[in-house]
Design a protein around this ligand. Structure first.
Ligand code: ATP
Length: 448
């Protein structure tokens, strides 16, 4: 049964809580103040904490912040008095797991305790000693039950060598999840090699992945082992796998079936022992149906799969992530920012986030860079959000915007000489005038 740290300055309530938890078979560790709780935390190693919100000295929220800095994944339940809704909202936004309103019924308390323990235990037992604890997933900040379930599944998958396919919109944390899987697997002491399949020019994919011998093609001035061989005994992460050209898909399938690679120009193949995790922001099933992805390769890669939910479908993570990025980025930019001003987190929590966690990180970075005090003002958040919106114009508008700035640039370069500008754009003069007229740009303004 679980070890639960309980913190309350009211000795009667502390006793009551303790009895109830003992009755349910748990071990209760009592602390009558936040400071005492912190002192007990490191050697008692509880599975969760229950703390009163209002306490003299260090209050429940301050205690939570201090605990979370050391144990970001320890679930914390807050005991709150009736009518302290704003405090509850604040606590939940900071990442407190849940709350129970006083006076409470034993069943209500235990329901919340069980919920918190389910999260804590999803990541507990039966792991090799050096993989116990949370270090494998410490980079993943979340309090979403959907994410917790996914992480528990990922941890189970990590124990086998099965190929994993991760699906999720851009910026949802696919690479982070792949790294966590590797860190939780028996291969964690070996390399994880990440490859963005969409970023390698088509004619170089084969030699990048499988290596080449000296002289195999123009520019191959020395032997190269390739990324698969670099990942030997470890894991290879094939990001944007849907971008792999069809011809390469055949070769990858052969490597996965035969577990050996042949570098370009080499006479012989050699064995490789690599675990494959791949990811895509497009649904590979659709790519298969459209004839752009080989079905046999799809089944090879998709032995088990994980789907990361978009940030908009786990809004409870937004404030937690925003505060996390605020802290890490403040450090990076040597700023002493302590929080978002009232209203700021609410705006972030309700924004649409088409670019998911990466976009949230960008918005917070913008706020941190521009912040001059210790609080990030709501207006700053608003500005950062709307400038992000501008970056995500609908295609037609984005095209128009680009055309306009392109034309302006040409006229600047040519000092308003339309004939020259049209030549640079490889357009005839009539077309070019028409374009300028469409954007209401007067060439005369650029003459010096
Ligand atoms: N749960 C999370 N906790 C902390 N940081 C996160 C989380 N999810 C994503 N990030 C951060 O957001 C950024 C985008 O994450 P990542 O690169 O893993 O996404 P992705 O889904 O692989 O994106 P893409 O499809 O564009 O390659 C990274 O900087 C990553 O560290």
């Amino acid at each position: 049964m679980a070890r639960i740290l309980i913190v309350d300055d009211d000795p009667a309530l502390l006793r009551l809580l303790s009895l109830r938890l003992h009755y349910e078979g748990h071990t209760a560790i009592e602390a009558s103040s936040g400071m005492l709780a912190l002192a007990k935390l490191d050697h008692e190693l509880p599975d969760m904490m229950i703390t009163d919100l209002r306490m003299p000295g260090m209050d429940g929220l301050e205690l939570f912040e201090a605990v979370h800095r050391r144990y970001p994944l320890l679930p914390v339940l807050m005991l709150t008095a009736n009518g302290t809704i704003p405090d509850v909202v604040k606590a939940m936004q900071r990442g407190v797991f849940g709350y129970v309103t006083k006076p409470f019924e034993g069943v209500d308390l235990m329901r919340e305790v069980d919920r918190a323990l389910a999260v804590s235990c999803a990541l507990g037992a039966d792991m090799p000693a050096d993989c116990k604890g949370e270090s494998w997933r410490e980079a993943i900040v979340t309090r979403s039950p959907r994410m917790e379930k996914l992480l528990a599944e990922a941890r189970l998958m990590a124990q086998s060598d099965a190929s994993v396919l991760i699906h999720g919109e851009s910026g949802t944390g696919k690479e982070l999840l792949a790294r966590a899987l590797h860190a939780s697997s028996a291969r964690r002491q070996e390399p994880l090699v990440a490859v963005n399949c969409g970023a390698i020019p088509e004619n170089l994919v084969e030699s990048e992945l499988f290596g080449h011998t000296k002289g195999a093609f123009t520019g191959a001035v020395r032997d190269s082992v390739g990324l698969f061989t670099s990942a030997h005994r470890g894991t290879i992460f094939l990001d944007e796998i849907a971008d792999l050209p069809l011809a390469m898909q055949v070769k990858l399938l052969r490597v996965l079936q035969e577990r050996e690679v042949r570098p370009v120009g080499a006479a012989k193949s050699h064995k490789v022992d690599v675990r494959v995790i791949s990811a895509s922001n497009r649904r590979l099933e659709d790519e298969v149906a459209a004839g752009r992805f080989r079905e046999d390769l799809f089944y090879r890669l998709n032995v088990v799969s994980l789907t990361l939910p978009p940030l908009a479908e786990r809004r409870e993570d937004i404030a937690l992530l925003a505060n996390h990025f605020m802290r890490t980025l403040s450090q990076r930019y040597a700023k002493t920012i302590s929080a978002f001003a009232p209203g700021g987190l609410e705006q972030l929590s309700t924004a649409p986030w088409p670019g998911n966690v990466r976009q949230l990180q960008n918005v917070v970075e913008k706020c941190v860079v521009l912040c001059t005090g210790s609080l990030i003002a709501a207006s700053l958040v608003q500005n950062a959000l709307s400038s992000q919106g501008a970056e995500l114009l609908p295609l037609d508008e984005a095209r128009k915007e680009f055309e306009r700035s392109y034309l302006t640039q040409l006229l600047k370069i040519t000092n308003g000489n339309v004939a020259q500008a049209a030549k640079l754009a490889k357009r005839n003069r009539t077309d070019f005038y028409a374009l300028l007229a469409r954007h209401e740009i007067e060439s005369a303004r650029f003459k010096t």
